[in-house]
Design a protein around this ligand. Sequence first.
Ligand code: CO8
Length: 383
Amino acid sequence: MHRSGPLSSKAADEVDRTAAAAMGKQRPSQSQQVSREVCSGGGPECQQGSKIQLSRVMRPDDANIKGNIHGGIILKMIEEAGGIVGTRHCNTLNGDRCWVALVRVEKTEFLFPVFIGEVVHVSAEITYTSKHSLEVQVKVVAENILTGTKKLANKAALWYVPCSLQNADKILEVPPITYANAEREEEGRKRYEAQKIERHETKARLEEAMPPPPNPEDAPKERHTVGFSQSSLIHLVGPSDCTIDDYVYGGVTMKLMDEVAGIVSARHCNTNIVTASVDAINFHRKIRKGCVVTVTGRLTFVSNKSMEIEVLVDAASLVNEEKGRYRAVSAFFTFISLDKDNKPLPVPPLKIEGEDEQRRFEEGKARYLQNKAKRLADKERQQ
Ligand SMILES: CCCCCCCC(=O)SCCNC(=O)CCNC(=O)[C@H](O)C(C)(C)COP(=O)(O)OP(=O)(O)OC[C@H]1O[C@@H](n2cnc3c(N)ncnc32)[C@H](O)[C@@H]1OP(=O)(O)O
């Protein structure tokens, strides 16, 4: 069940006027009037731009064999909600029609497990616009409709860039939103600047090489080594994976990445595992319909009760793989091993071999300690 969320017509008018003034374009277009009708009925909380809510009941094919909903399914729904709200907003001006390409998902944590039968509500709102990008904040609430219990399962922030439908390489300007107050705008600007710096700092990861997965006959026999659990998925991009412009949805890619990370961690600890968090993901390059994507995951770091898996996504044309292979996406996933009561279990230590593995382990440990300190600080602030 999909339900379009509220945007009061007053707020919509405000967005339209500001956008029109900034862009010097004529308005309103017919499609804009239609989308405004769909959005009508919102309250004062809608002043910060468009909002949407998607709701769907979780099914057995969304879950692992223990009934935990895959993190990748939640990521896919998050991306879909952001894509709709962003595309709608960026088409509120006359001129080139566009779709918004997902370029970044900020670090996100899976706060509570979601189970089959629960209803997941994903609400998305545009919270900041720069000249060529927009930030969408998303909340995921899981509801047990038998008891009425609701829990906040995930919060995420995504960045999108409008690409022209006539030429996907042409990046369009984003109509500015109106902010509830100057502080909101300033906070958004700070987040925008911070992610720009972080992107620059992590650019080197693009070059990170991944050895090809071993053939089953010469796979390392020793358990708990990096090579033992390293895994790859190879996927041919079909029409159902793609936007109207024939590029793979970011949500599809994130679902594949989560799947690979899950396989790696299950191979390492041989128990039920769940996604705990995903570090910031940058979508460097688009992937076209008909490409073959190779999604590879390997363990980089293991703490007492968590595993960090680096996932790299490479894309290539089906017929000319070696010639045109490129890195499209990379990210770090953290997984937790669970016992039958869904309580975290200790994880077998990782057997490190060689300097590169040692370097990646140290880097992973630094990320782990940094994330842990941040989580503790957030907790203290909330008390
Ligand atoms: C209804 C559903 C609608 C469809 C929704 C579909 C959503 C999707 O899933 S799209 C598929 C997945 N995403 C992709 O394939 C995108 C892959 N990436 C790319 O192709 C390129 O990064 C591209 C073309 C978008 C931008 O190229 P790039 O060379 O970075 O452009 P550049 O001119 O430097 O930057 C343009 C703007 O993007 C921003 N930007 C670029 N990369 C990022 C990033 N990783 N994170 C945040 N912002 C970014 C820049 O800050 C800049 O904005 P501003 O000028 O306001 O500061």
